[in-house]
Design a protein around this ligand. Structure first.
Ligand SMILES: Cc1cc2nc3c(=O)[nH]c(=O)nc-3n(C[C@H](O)[C@H](O)[C@H](O)COP(=O)(O)OP(=O)(O)OC[C@H]3O[C@@H](n4cnc5c(N)ncnc54)[C@H](O)[C@@H]3O)c2cc1C
Length: 276
């Protein structure tokens, strides 16, 4: 059993180490830069790899699922835990927006895995060496001519120790940036948003937290003006400490919050920023 790990994401390496302990196999990592599904197939074949893993990012989800299709291997997405159970490799992954955790295994322990980075810490030991990508025979693919990525001044949402998220009541992009971004900056954290805020063009798409956004598990998650829909909770309920600021004392977000403040965010957040 040999696992190829796509990219050098530390949490994917942690998964690989636990996978190796559970299977008695080993793993190698390969840089994801410029990799196509055909390159991954060629690399796996050249190295005798039986399975493939990578982080469940937008890039990872896309390329891993495509490669699983080319290899005719089962795809296990959003893996949260790996163990050996009854001598067989057993994976835990979420169903129904995280309301059910399924423990699954494949027929012969071979699969392609996307790994939730929020569920795995840093690697326990030094990672295996990175091997060179073997170029595969690819059909003509669309070519990226240029990439217009927004400048990042804050930590990446999924890696941040503190996330301050805002919902629809943040009203507009300027207020969102001043209040949610301002508090995030004071705490050295990242800004996040609900889908309602993203749909209303209050916050950019890449800040969406939830079932159809990013999944985060920071040490501190501050939810301001967020109702606590199950789709939003799916992306943040594993945060270590959750603080909710909401005008409605019966808002569902308070059911998962460790600390709750019944207040108007437009008053409470400027006061918090001034005191920090
Ligand atoms: C298939 C599907 C996928 C989805 N995926 C996602 C997802 O990934 N992420 C996501 O977030 N949503 C997702 N949604 C949308 C989700 O169902 C909710 O509609 C959304 O999360 C609500 O966002 P909100 O809490 O900002 O807004 P609202 O529902 O409008 O809630 C606003 C909250 O703020 C409170 N409030 C009002 N004014 C103030 C104030 N001045 N100060 C403080 N509090 C105030 C209110 O009491 C309320 O609780 C999805 C929905 C579907 C159907």
């Amino acid at each position: 059993m040999k696992l190829l790990v796509l990219g050098e994401v530390p949490q994917a390496v942690t998964f690989a180490q636990q996978w190796a302990a559970a299977t008695g196999g080993d793993y190698v990592t390969v840089s994801g830069d410029g990799a196509t599904p055909w390159d991954l197939v060629a690399t796996m074949q050249a190295l005798g790899c039986t399975s493939l893993a990578g982080a469940a990012t937008s890039f990872g989800r896309d390329i891993l699922a495509y490669t699983a299709g080319l290899l005719d291997l089962p795809m296990l997405s959003d893996v949260l835990a790996v163990e050996s159970h009854d001598g067989r490799l057993t994976l835990t992954r979420p169903l129904y927006a995280g309301n059910v955790l399924a423990r699954v295994r494949t027929r012969d322990d071979r699969a392609v895995y996307s790994v939730r980075t929020a569920a795995f810490g840093p690697p326990a030991s030094d990672s295996a060496p990175t091997v060179a990508l073997v170029k595969g025979d690819a059909p003509t693919l669309p070519t990226v001519l240029s990439l217009d990525a927004p400048a990042q001044t804050r930590p990446e949402l999924t890696q941040a120790r503190v996330v301050v998220s805002g919902g629809r009541p943040t009203r507009d992009a300027a207020t969102f940036e001043a209040l949610i971004g301002g508090l995030a900056d004071k705490l050295g954290g990242a800004a996040g948003a609900t889908r309602a805020a993203v749909d209303a063009e209050i916050a950019p798409n890449e800040l969406q937290v939830g079932q159809t956004g990013k999944v985060v598990a920071p040490e501190l998650y501050i939810a301001a003006g967020i109702s606590g829909s199950i789709q939003h909770l799916a992306g943040m309920k594993d945060s270590k400490v959750i603080v909710a600021i909401n005008t409605d004392p019966d808002a569902p977000i308070f059911e998962v919050a460790d600390y709750g403040l019944v207040a108007d965010l437009h008053q409470a957040i400027p006061e918090l920023i001034a005191k920090l």
